[in-house]
Design a protein around this ligand. Structure first.
Ligand code: HCA
Ligand code: CU
Length: 383
């Protein structure tokens, strides 16, 4: 069963300019929990005292989700994370040749440090869920990742996360996460190591979601997400889109309540001050809105003609928009909705003309405006 690790509060807060006050963080954590998220990565406590305080507050909330902290591979970070009372600890350390040589480290020194810090964390809290992430795993030599992951699991790590830190992977090419996950699992298995595999996919090429699904098909058991796909640069996997695909297309069930998604998106959007693009899948204003005449005519009969995702899954409804693209069917349908079902054909055509006129000025006509149009036309009959 695949699990979701949501990192809106950690990776998401690394979006330039984004800061969530502690009371907002608690509200977001509560909503993610109500949605059924498995692990909530709440922050990196060493970064600021405010983050430390928020992680503590979220951890003591008694949520169903496991609450996690992020930590470098240093005892200092681990101590601070554990003092916040978390149940999950994510330790990261990059083992690419370039990063190692930047730090004047040999691979075996890095591997020792990773293993020591993980054994230390394990000794402090035996029931702690520990993840080790070789940052930039996919661009690092595979052998380095394998050595570090093997040492981490032997020292007590439960999860190895394959980080595509720079959004480098492309499904269907030699650099794909499907093969990577399979190969890593196989090689770890040969060493008698069977950690859960997570994937953390950045969106630099717009492929975070596609890569995450590729990794999932390859055997990953945990997928990292953020609300609105927030995160460094182009961000990471969008929570809502991933959940819809997992439940609708891959028939995964994990107690998620997708109807709670719009609420958490509104909250995160408001307090991150990042608006949801109108054409964003699932949560965007237009995600289930039909516009052009041919589309609306067919969608009014049966929305499935122009929808492969059902809005009801996330508690939304299909909509018809009225603008310069509209045809008579959309106008009649909307007139029905405002209780104007019995208008003469000529009158409806005049309404359509007005709607197109407004649309040509770059606006849509909503139902209240449609009422004003009807009233105006009644008061201004042509003869
Ligand atoms: C970071 C980088 C990271 C870490 C992921 C992880 C990445 O911001 O520290 O620790 O699992 O993309 O590699 O987000
Ligand atoms: Cu990241």
């Amino acid at each position: 069963m695949v699990k979701i690790l949501d990192s809106t509060l950690r990776e998401g807060e690394q979006t330039p300019g984004v800061y969530f006050d502690v009371h907002i963080k608690l509200a977001i954590a509560d909503m993610l929990d109500a949605l059924g998220i498995d692990i909530i990565e709440a922050g990196h406590p060493l970064v600021t005292p405010e983050i430390q305080h928020s992680v503590e507050e979220i951890a003591k909330r008694g949520l169903k989700a496991k609450i996690g902290a992020h930590a470098r591979s240093l005892k200092l970070d681990v101590d601070m994370a554990l003092s916040c009372g978390v149940q999950f600890l994510g330790i990261f350390y990059c083992v690419s040749d370039e990063r190692l040589s930047d730090q004047d480290k040999k691979l075996h020194q890095a591997v020792d440090q990773i293993a020591q810090v993980i054994s230390y964390a394990r000794a402090q809290k035996p029931d702690l869920l520990i993840r080790y992430t070789p940052e930039d795993a996919v661009r690092s030599p595979f052998q380095n990742v394998l050595d570090a992951a093997t040492a981490a699991v032997t020292a007590g790590a439960d999860i190895i996360s394959i980080a595509d830190t720079t959004g480098f992977m492309i499904p269907g090419t030699p650099n794909n996460l499907y093969d990577y996950v399979k190969r890593l699992k196989e090689e770890l298995g040969k060493k008698n190591c069977y950690p859960q595999i997570a994937v953390h996919c950045h969106n630099d090429r717009g492929l975070a979601l596609a890569n995450a699904l590729d990794g999932f098909r390859g055997g990953a058991e945990i997928i990292d997400t953020a609300v609105l796909g927030l995160g460094e640069r182009a961000g990471i996997v969008d929570l809502a889109t991933l959940l819809v695909i997992l439940t609708q297309d891959f028939k995964m069930k994990n107690g998620w309540d997708l109807t709670k998604l719009p609420e958490v998106y509104q909250l995160v959007s408001k307090y991150s001050r990042i608006s949801i693009p109108v054409n964003y899948p699932i949560t965007g204003e237009n995600a289930f809105t039909h516009c052009a005449g041919v589309h609306t005519q067919a969608a009014i009969r049966n929305p499935l003609h122009y929808q492969s995702v059902q809005p009801e899954v996330v508690g939304r409804k299909s909509k018809i928009s009225l603008d310069h693209m509209s045809g008579i069917a959309a106008v009649k349908y909307s007139l029905d909705q405002i209780g104007e079902s019995n208008l003469e054909k000529d009158f409806v055509l005049r309404v359509l003309e007005r709607v197109k006129d407004v649309g040509q000025r770059g606006r849509t006509v909503d139902l209240p405006e449609l009422k004003y149009i009807v009233r105006y036309l009644r008061e201004h009959s042509p003869c």
